[in-house]
Write a protein that binds this ligand. Sequence first.
Ligand SMILES: Cc1cc2nc3c(=O)[nH]c(=O)nc-3n(C[C@H](O)[C@H](O)[C@H](O)COP(=O)(O)OP(=O)(O)OC[C@H]3O[C@@H](n4cnc5c(N)ncnc54)[C@H](O)[C@@H]3O)c2cc1C
Length: 383
Amino acid sequence: MNPYLDDTLMALAGQARRFATEQVAPGFLERDRTRVLDRGLMKAMGGLGFIAPELPEAVGGLGLGCLAAGVIHEEIARADLSLSYLNLLASLNGQILSEHGRPEVVAPWLARLTAGEALIAIALTEPRGGSDAANLRLRVERIGDHYVINGEKTSISAADQADAVVVFGRTGAVESGAHGVTALLVPTNVPGLTRNRFDCHGQRAIGRGSLFFENVRVPLDHRLGDENKGFVQVMQGFDFSRALIGLQVLAVARVALEETWGYVAQREAFGKPLSAFQGVSHPLADFDTQVEAARLLCLQALWLKDRGAPHSAEAAMCKWWAPKLAYDAIHQCLLMHGHGGYDRGPMEQRLRDVLGFQIGDGTAQIMKTIIARSRAGRGAVPA
Ligand SMILES: Cc1cc2nc3c(=O)[nH]c(=O)nc-3n(C[C@H](O)[C@H](O)[C@H](O)COP(=O)(O)OP(=O)(O)OC[C@H]3O[C@@H](n4cnc5c(N)ncnc54)[C@H](O)[C@@H]3O)c2cc1C
């Protein structure tokens, strides 16, 4: 129980946990090997209303709050962080499409997204760098009634499995920075778009890869937001995904802690349960405390979002703290399992899976800069 989650949200979380335990958890290790997202599971999740439930009913959602998205996201992530990328990408891109797209273009995509029939990726990062995102260079030219795209995006989650991508490209001068960027919805079956797949350390079922654009044409009505305003308008959505990422990785840490408490209570050394030794139980108690606190911060960020209140600093706090904390907590859990923790299996996979979020969606340094700017003012914290 906590002040953010009422009985309705707790019931929703319970429903999501039953689904995740019965249908998602059994394939957790297998999907890491096959590196394929299960489209059947995706459809089942859509059928149950588990994908982007915060979107309005008119576009396929359930009109629930962002906290509802958060509790479902936690339960899927508990069972398989890679699969919960479906929730993360759908909530982030669903918000972008519904708020910034032309209804006649985005409506069919939103319907497929929430039904679990389409996966949409988001492409900001380029080979020259990701932290300085506003400095991106992918060329987008307006020619007649189309935009023509040339260049490369890299390190894009679900690059080779996505059905469409929200792509950020440069329509203005390089010197215009964030003010010369336009966002476009690009179906992945368009001529001239090719993709590859990296051999990732973790998050292997969702995967990452590059997108190569060679004279890719999309109609003007596929623009999201205004021309040259894509970055400024659309980046607001990242506050949402940062809070969701926090819940996602902390859910993985929580299940690791639960299993480890169980393990140290029953395994014995020197004639006692491992948990009798404070060298074992106190580090776990430390992490348990911090995971609980960090989760409340993530719920607070979503609660603020549901009320339309500013939450950029809180979201950035979630995004730097939770992935580091989750990694450290799972590392501790793995060590508490002794040699068994080092074998291929759930604990080492969880460690690999959560590590990616210390980089993806912005590193700790960039998040701390966002927090510093919100506290000291942008002028006092130049890039
Ligand atoms: C698992 C994963 C999933 C990802 N998914 C996506 C995706 O779906 N879409 C997408 O567009 N991108 C994605 N990325 C890319 C990710 O957003 C970038 O890797 C990230 O923003 C950092 O960019 P970079 O790797 O180019 O590092 P760089 O920008 O080259 O930075 C390298 C290091 O320098 C530090 N640094 C840079 N500038 C500063 C500064 N001003 N002050 C202090 N330190 C600084 C960084 O924190 C980092 O540690 C993903 C990455 C990972 C690992």
